[in-house]
Design a protein around this ligand. Structure first.
Ligand code: ZN
Ligand code: ZN
Length: 102
């Protein structure tokens, strides 16, 4: 049984979240078509869009980067490993989601 590789090497070291700029990730979210009034993007579509920009990245790295962006309020959604459903806060229409104050 073969498993998908879960690391990508960059110059001989493991690729990390910091190797994906926040803006690059968020641009991939923006470029992925949203669903429903909440403009949710599912993570598989974002993953494919992001890979067009940065090349192959493992799923665990995608989720780790999403976790950081959500924790710092740069993106709204879920990072538990489900379908995700991510959106940029400035596209958020729900008062108790990730809508920026003001
Ligand atoms: Zn979830
Ligand atoms: Zn939101």
């Amino acid at each position: 049984m073969s498993e998908a590789p879960n690391i990508r090497l960059l110059d001989g070291r493991r690729m990390q979240c910091k190797d994906i700029p926040d803006e690059t990730f968020l641009n991939a979210v923006r470029r992925t078509p949203g669903a429903s009034a909440m403009n949710w993007r599912n993570r598989w579509e974002v993953h494919a869009t992001l890979e067009e920009a940065v090349g192959w990245i493992p799923e665990n790295l995608l989720l780790a980067k999403a976790r950081k962006l959500i924790a710092t309020g740069k993106m709204g959604g879920c990072d538990c490993g489900c379908r995700g459903d991510w959106h940029p806060p400035d596209e958020c229409v729900a008062a108790h989601c990730c809508h920026p104050p003001g």
